[in-house]
Design a protein around this ligand. Structure first.
Ligand code: BTN
Length: 319
């Protein structure tokens, strides 16, 4: 807490602040202040100390530290509680445990890397350290389990909106929840549900996004924001915007239902209107992707004219 206060103090001034001034204002001794400054430096804050002038914060570390994410976020309930890790197996597991223990709606779990990051359909999610955003969010929506896919669509829309807001880049959504940049995968969403037949207990929405990956931390067919922008993107700023957009869209969903979310999703999607092949379990369905349903399912018109709805699967866009 004291370190946050010291940082706040230093951040408010672009110039040097004297040690006396800081220690007096915060009610600690000069020695205690010095010790905190050393610890902050170890965490990666570049604090310059000049005799007779005092301290100045030259730059902060590129870490998603909880106080940095919380500062200036201005949300009502999203990310009011933040759990931050340097490394975990998967933020999904941490979130599920917290969900079972009753963690409140909006709680988020962040990790700088994951040793067992997972994606949809049993795939792994590559999570190179300090490069991406790996986030799980706990929600407790009053919906039927079948509607949970809508939250995935809502999150995909929120991510696209945030990326556009922060980087000016246009990203697309491939049904149900792949975020694409120039037809390459930039991010993905994994929604896991704790529910009974007619009631959702809690939902964990896992989001993975390639932000500052260079070529060597990208697998084939994937993209990062840095690769496109040719410069590092501020992960904290982007994460905060994603969280704000999720809150806005979630409130919209609660107030107006699925319709406005689906409309926004349509604007970003590149699946509708295409000829697709959807692999679900062992079979596949081929046809024209004509629409999405109120619960987020994809409607496919097969060549026979029969329309089928798929709720999950892997979509291939046919040429
Ligand atoms: C997919 O595209 O298949 C979904 C990928 C989801 C990855 C995120 S990263 C944070 C969270 N923790 C995980 O283990 N997975 C999700």
């Amino acid at each position: 807490m004291m370190q946050e206060k010291i940082l706040d103090f230093l951040k408010r001034k672009a110039e040097y602040v004297s040690g006396d001034q800081v220690s007096q204002r915060l009610g600690i001794t000069r020695q205690a202040l010095w010790k905190h400054i050393q610890e902050l430096k170890e965490k990666g804050y570049d604090i310059v100390a000049v005799p007779h002038l005092g301290y100045r914060l030259a730059s902060g570390p590129d870490r998603l530290f909880e106080p940095e994410v919380a500062r200036g976020l201005n949300t009502e309930f999203i990310a009011k509680k933040i759990y931050y890790f340097d490394t975990v197996a998967s933020t999904m597991d941490v979130a599920t445990q917290l969900g079972i223990k009753g963690s409140s709606e909006g709680t988020i779990i962040l990790s700088e890397t994951q040793t067992k990051g997972r994606g949809r359909l049993g795939r792994a999610w590559f999570s190179p350290k300090y490069k991406g955003i790996y986030l799980s969010l706990i929600l407790r929506p009053k919906i039927m389990p079948a509607q949970a896919s809508l939250l995935t669509l809502l999150s995909a829309v929120s991510i696209c909106e945030a990326i556009r807001g922060i980087t000016d880049l246009d990203t697309q959504i491939k049904w149900p929840n792949d975020i694409l940049l120039n037809h390459k995968k930039l991010g993905g969403i994994l929604t896991e549900l704790s529910a009974e037949m007619d009631r959702v207990n809690f939902v964990v929405i896992g989001m993975g996004l390639n932000v500052n990956n260079d070529k060597k931390t990208l697998t084939s067919g994937t993209a990062s924001l840095k690769e496109q922008k040719k410069e590092n993107v501020n992960r904290i700023g982007l994460l905060q915007e994603i969280l704000r957009r999720i809150e806005t869209n979630y409130l919209l969903f609660q107030k107006k239902g699925a319709h406005p979310i689906i409309e926004k999703w349509r604007e970003h999607n590149i699946t509708l209107g295409k000829r697709v092949k959807v692999y679900c379990q062992k079979e596949h369905i081929e046809g024209q992707a004509i629409d999405i349903d109120v619960d987020g399912g994809l409607l496919i018109r097969k060549d026979s004219g029969v329309i089928e709805k798929v709720m999950a699967g892997d979509v291939m866009h046919c040429k």
